[in-house]
Design a protein around this ligand. Structure first.
Ligand SMILES: Cc1ncc(COP(=O)(O)O)c(C=O)c1O
Length: 389
């Protein structure tokens, strides 16, 4: 666990992205936080040390990342993990057998797989709810409900959860609201302002932004929750390595700039797609045709670069995936380069087909992660890939 530097909260998000959590390195004054490649720290005497004993518990590079992202989220404490999935897994260790968790019906396939295939076996109980309607959260609460976990916008259907309404429903039941803010990032969405208790990310995505590491991070405001997560972080040990922490920290320095361009490109490409296809087939919260556009405008400061398009059939989707040249066919999202994928066969393959069909992840649904290349080139690439469809 690392607590933020309180004065970092006084600056704007761009300044925080670059400076929060970092101070010139004491030995030489290096402006960039070094990668502390060490497993242990020499102690002056028994119980006398500089606050660092063993690198699973603390590492200065990881500390800097944890403070940086915690400050960006307006939280107080950060915990960096080896992956976004390890982060969710460790958060779930706050709970015990018999506890009940309400989870959004459309979350990242790996989150669903973790709950459905592993944590359920250990006695945690999950109910999957369409959290677009907060009443459904309230209706699903039982006396054993300890947490509500939502992703908003969701991967890949871009469903939006009203975070204030979800927090109210969770808190009325005495449960925590846990928010996966990976898609929106703290630049566009601020879950703590709406009552979230834990905000987490796959740092693999926008926070790093360069597709060169895997990581996760959880942020909290509450000190006693932080103490519990600190214990889990060290006791379960799924911590971020120093080099990955450094890469993520390097990424967050340009987060505000990148998000602006992802958003500009996303809006332009979504509008172009909506003109070309039936509006309803293009799923992007920034389009007026998105059923929750008004909520998205209220809750988010931008819509980002994630767009899904329903092409109806696997054959049509395959044709596009084969023809794209700049958009690379790949898992993951949120990097500077544009990616395209078929969620049913890739990111959400771990969700059973009948479940996928029920929530609308059809075999013809493609997902675009619009990067920060020249938008005219991206549109030209899609134009040639969609030709004849
Ligand atoms: C929204 C979301 N949350 C969590 C994760 C899991 O993160 P990781 O792949 O870093 O384990 C992903 C991965 O794609 C994701 O898209």
């Amino acid at each position: 666990m690392t607590r933020i530097f309180d004065d970092d909260l006084q600056s704007g998000l761009g300044t925080r992205a670059i400076h929060a959590g970092q101070r010139p390195e004491p030995l030489a004054g290096a402006i960039m936080t070094p990668v502390y490649l060490t497993s242990t720290y020499v102690q002056e005497g028994l119980g006398k040390n500089k606050g660092f004993e063993y690198a699973r518990s603390r590492n200065p590079t990881r500390d800097a990342l944890e403070r940086n992202v915690a400050a960006l989220e307006d939280g107080r404490h950060g915990f960096a993990f080896a992956s976004g999935t390890a982060c969710v897994d460790s958060i779930m260790k706050l709970f015990q057998s018999g506890d009940h968790i309400i989870c959004g019906r459309n979350v990242y396939g790996g989150t669903f797989r973790l709950f459905d295939k592993l944590l359920q076996k250990l006695g945690l109980q999950f109910t999957y709810v369409d959290t677009r309607d907060a009443q459904r959260i309230a209706d699903a609460c039982t006396p054993r409900t300890v947490a509500v976990l939502v992703e908003t916008p969701t991967n890949p259907l871009m469903w939006i959860t009203d975070l204030s309404a979800a927090a109210e429903a969770a808190h009325r039941a005495g449960a925590l609201l846990i928010v996966d803010n990976t898609f929106a990032t703290p630049i566009f969405q601020r879950p703590f302002e709406h009552g979230a208790d834990i905000v987490f990310h796959s740092t693999t995505k926008y926070l790093n932004g360069h597709s060169d590491m895997i990581g996760g991070i959880a942020v909290v405001r509450d000190d006693s929750l932080a103490d519990q997560l600190k214990f889990i972080h060290n006791a379960a040990g799924a911590v971020a390595g120093p080099f990955d922490a450094w890469l993520a920290l390097r990424g967050t320095k340009t987060l505000h700039l990148r998000m602006r361009q992802h958003d500009a490109n996303g809006r332009q490409i979504a509008t172009w797609l909506a003109d070309r296809f039936d509006e309803e087939r293009v799923i992007y919260p920034g389009l007026r045709s998105h059923p929750q556009h008004e909520l998205a405008c209220r809750q988010m400061k931008g819509f980002g670069g994630m767009i899904s398009v329903d092409l109806g059939t696997r054959e049509r989707a395959d044709r596009v995936l084969e023809r794209v040249k700049i958009f690379a066919l790949a898992e993951s999202l949120g990097g500077v380069e544009s990616l395209i994928c078929l969620p049913a066969a890739m990111t959400h393959a771990s969700v059973p087909p009948e479940r996928r069909a029920k929530i609308g992840i059809g075999d013809g649904l493609i997902r675009l992660s619009c990067g920060v290349e020249d938008v005219d080139d991206l549109i030209a690439d899609l134009d040639q890939a969609f030709e004849g469809l």
